[in-house]
Design a protein around this ligand. Structure first.
Ligand code: GCO
Length: 487
């Protein structure tokens, strides 16, 4: 029945990122990235884990692609480590780095697996950070564009789907605000400025792409979570509008319409933290449009209006309480507002209807359908789900198997909602589960596992880091074989 199936050619896939799987951090001429440095700072990652070896995909990619073929994957999303191609970020190309990705791509194509190539999954070369502060400098636009052009030329006949930036919303916040990613900065003004430069780099890369890879498809992968109002109290509904704009449209409107949303921009201007925009910037942003939106979906967010009386971090004692209801801006000193610019727009609360994973992430499959519907309405582009999955503490049974029924349930419920969204009329071209093998969780080491394929880290034999397909691997194989019908 047409109404409850997936379109023919639907791209069933799985995803990964270079730093999280490759290892070989200085092999074959690779330079260091900001992550190679950051993970060595004591206390930054769980048990001090780093990606020096990761799951050694750099040396074992053939074995990994064999498993993908056995599973019947139609597509595989991976990222290229910029510092393999340009060890110093710019200047001289490292042919061995290019060759690695060419070999990987050829292996995928030989198995009829469509490559989805991510250009930037968080690992800017360290030398660019050191010499001009990375994304805070406009020089990064030029260097990123050079790097992209090398890949466009080299792989234009082999790769159709390209992703520019992965989760720009996540890596800018984590890196420039929360100090939990490199470059380990806590400065909201610098965050918004770096973010603007990345927008320009995104647009510049897409512009180059149009002339070099005219038949290819390119777009960003955004970490999207729909924002819900806590209830129907109108001020809470307004807070949810603010939340959706501040957390989502702030990026997506720029990608698709070349505009910053007005309410948030004015708000940041008032606080003195809006990005500095040069005369030709908006013209550049408006001159390009992605072919598709990559959607990374894990969960949404629930918000309400900030009740400053109950806020634990705001000192309201010196403020005339009679202002509170009418103008929360008057309550906080401006510099404090600038550190928490969303505070007067909305505040996040737990959703009482949703259960959570062990890491406290809400489990919300219907939220994925809502996400797809909202994104289709506002942006009207085909969507490729570039990530969705469950991080869990998988354990081997005595028989050496991994019975991850919880992951099957999680994926099944989400795939079901995608199918519902397609029935609603949404244009979804594929689904890449996160992740193919277990991999290095940036901050949670190897404890938090996402893969269809277990990586055995206890095995001390010569089979170290052995790959063991989990129960979910065999389940997903059947999902793919039946184009989603066994659901
Ligand atoms: C983790 C995260 C990642 C992200 C991915 C984002 O545990 O480190 O969940 O695996 O999902 O890198 O694109």
């Amino acid at each position: 029945d047409k109404l409850d199936s997936f379109p023919p050619g639907f791209l069933w896939g799985a995803a990964s990122a270079a730093y999280q799987i490759e290892g070989g951090w200085n092999t074959d001429g690779k330079g260091a990235s900001i992550w190679d440095e950051f993970t060595k700072i004591p206390g930054k990652t769980y048990q001090g884990t780093n990606g020096d070896v990761a799951v050694d995909h750099y040396h074992r990619y053939q074995e990994d692609v064999r498993l993908m073929a056995e599973m019947g994957l139609k597509t595989y999303r991976f990222s290229v480590a910029w510092s393999r191609i340009f060890p110093d970020g710019s200047g001289k190309v490292n042919e061995k780095g290019l060759q690695f990705y060419e070999d990987l791509i050829d292996a995928l194509l030989a198995n009829q697996i469509e490559p989805v190539l991510t250009l930037y999954h968080w690992d800017i070369p360290k030398s660019l950070q050191d010499s001009y502060q990375g994304w805070e400098s406009r020089q990064a636009i030029e260097d990123f564009s050079q790097y992209c052009q090398v890949l466009f030329h080299r792989f234009k006949d082999k790769v159709t789907y390209w992703v520019t930036f992965n989760e720009q919303n996540v890596f800018t916040a984590m890196g420039y605000r929360w100090q939990s990613h490199p470059p380990n900065v806590a400065d909201v003004k610098r965050m918004f400025q770096a973010n603007h430069v990345i927008n320009l780099a995104n647009a510049t890369a897409i512009k180059e792409f149009r002339s070099i890879v005219p038949n290819g498809k390119i777009g960003p992968s955004f970490g999207y979570g729909p924002i819900y109002s806590y209830d129907c109290q109108p001020n809470n509904v307004l807070a949810a509008l603010n939340g959706e704009e501040f957390q989502n449209h702030w990026w997506l409107d720029v990608y698709v319409h070349g505009k910053y949303p007005k309410v948030t921009f004015r708000h940041l201007e008032r606080l003195g933290i809006a990005p500095t925009i040069e005369p030709s910037d908006m013209e550049l942003l408006q001159s390009v449009k992605p072919d598709f939106l990559g959607v990374n979906y894990y969960h949404g967010g629930t918000v309400r209006v900030n009740d400053f009386n109950t806020s634990s971090t705001t000192n309201v004692s010196t403020i005339d309480k009679s202002f509170e209801a009418t103008d929360p801006y008057l309550m906080q000193p401006k510099d404090e507002q600038a550190q928490n610019p969303e505070k007067t727009m909305f505040t996040s609360v737990a959703n009482p209807y949703l259960e959570k994973t062990k890491w406290g992430w809400e489990i919300d499959p219907v939220g994925l359908r809502i996400a797809l519907r909202r994104l289709q309405n506002r942006y009207d582009l085909p969507m490729l789900i570039t990530e969705n999955g469950l991080g869990a503490l998988d354990e081997k049974t005595n028989q050496g198997t991994i019975e991850d029924d919880y992951r099957i349930n999680y994926l099944q419920s989400h795939i079901h909602e995608i199918q519902q969204a397609i029935t609603d009329g949404v244009d979804v071209i594929g689904y890449c589960a996160w992740s193919f093998t277990d991999l290095l969780s940036w901050l949670n080491g190897y404890k938090k596992r996402y893969g269809f394929v277990y990586i055995d880290r206890d095995d001390q034999s010569e089979k170290q880091l052995a790959r063991i397909p989990k129960k979910s691997f065999y389940w997903y194989k059947k999902v793919i074989e039946s184009n989603g019908k066994i659901l």
